[in-house]
Design a protein around this ligand. Structure first.
Ligand code: C2E
Ligand code: MG
Ligand code: MG
Ligand code: MG
Length: 291
């Protein structure tokens, strides 16, 4: 019996594995056409100043809507794009469209910056810094208005190489953010050695105070202080409740992002919010359809 049970388990595992492979294969072949078939778009999640909660920037987040597969989440398709080498083309599309949107907002007088997520493979592409400079010039966007977000997956690779790449990128005038800090393999020493401007605290750390009612958020507190000591701007990600906002503000953090301030929305929606700010009227209600 035990043998039979074991065999069933192996078969079930094999079936699951086959299914996973099929799904990846489908995603990869469909992703190849996603740009040409206009299935990709960007949404923008506001970044707010704290404690005022005034929007000062936005993170561009990629969305893929496929006619039969439906909405595929970036956590699923970005790894497929990375493994298949499609990420460079997709990343260029993202950068180009984010800068186009940023140029439009700046032309309309909005004082904002936009951040874009970078995969390690893009960072290591030949003359990536040159590409970035070209896109900025093409759209007439001042480099300081663009933030490029790198994660610690990138950090896990060759440090010297990475430092060189980031230094080159920064040479164009863009700012670099270290994304998802505190999740996974964070190393405090990276904060000192990496040429970054902004430290984004992962939402797992930000969510921490909720699990210990009444207490301050010791980890957020320490990371904010450390970031400031090193001369970095510190941004808390994934703020979802007023209690989390209070904890983050008490820790001294001056930038925030999360569902409490708004999910990623189409550019027009964020623009309505920015317009409302400028005219002093209340912003249009935001759709709550994410995630
Ligand atoms: P990320 O860069 O850390 O982006 C933040 C993610 O957290 C987004 O998920 C956002 O929708 C979600 N989020 C924001 N606020 C909250 C909150 O209050 N609570 C919760 N639970 N989640 C929140 P999304 O859009 O699904 O993106 C997932 C990841 O996919 C991103 O993580 C980023 O690493 C990657 N990604 C997204 N767009 C791009 C892109 O254009 N290029 C690359 N290379 N990666 C991208
Ligand atoms: Mg990010
Ligand atoms: Mg993040
Ligand atoms: Mg992430």
């Amino acid at each position: 019996y035990a043998k039979q049970r074991g065999k069933n388990r192996v078969e079930r595992y094999q079936a699951r594995y086959d299914e996973l492979l099929r799904r990846r294969g489908t995603l990869e072949s469909e992703l190849r056409h996603a740009i040409d078939r206009e299935q990709l778009r960007l949404v923008f999640q506001p970044v707010v100043a704290l404690p005022s909660m005034r929007p000062v920037g936005a993170e561009a987040l990629l969305r893929w809507h496929h006619p039969t597969l439906g909405a595929v989440r970036p956590d699923e398709f970005i790894p497929v794009a990375e493994d298949s080498g499609l990420i460079n083309r997709i990343g260029s599309w993202v950068l180009d469209n984010a800068c186009k949107q940023l140029a439009d907002w700046l032309a309309k007088g909005h004082d904002v910056w936009v951040s874009v997520n970078l995969s390690p493979k893009e960072l290591h592409a030949a003359d990536y810094a040159g590409q970035v400079a070209d896109v900025l010039a093409e759209h007439g966007v001042p480099a300081q208005r663009l933030v490029l977000e790198v994660t610690e997956h990138a950090v896990a690779t060759d440090m010297e190489e990475l430092i060189g790449r980031l230094t080159e990128l920064r040479g164009t005038g863009v700012r670099i953010a270290l994304d998802d800090f505190g999740a996974g393999y964070s190393s405090l020493s990276h904060l000192r050695t990496l040429p970054v401007d902004i430290l984004k605290i992962d939402r797992l750390l930000v969510a921490e105070p909720e699990s210990r009612t009444g207490e301050a958020a010791p980890l957020v507190d320490v990371v904010v202080r450390l970031g400031h000591r090193l001369g970095l701007e510190v941004l808390a990600e994934g703020i979802g409740t007023p209690a989390q906002r209070v904890a983050v503000v008490e820790a001294g953090c001056r930038l925030g992002q999360g569902s409490l301030f708004g999910w990623g929305v189409p550019a027009e929606h964020l623009e309505a919010q920015l317009d409302g700010l400028r005219t002093g009227t209340r912003p249009a209600p935001q759709p709550r359809n994410e995630p």
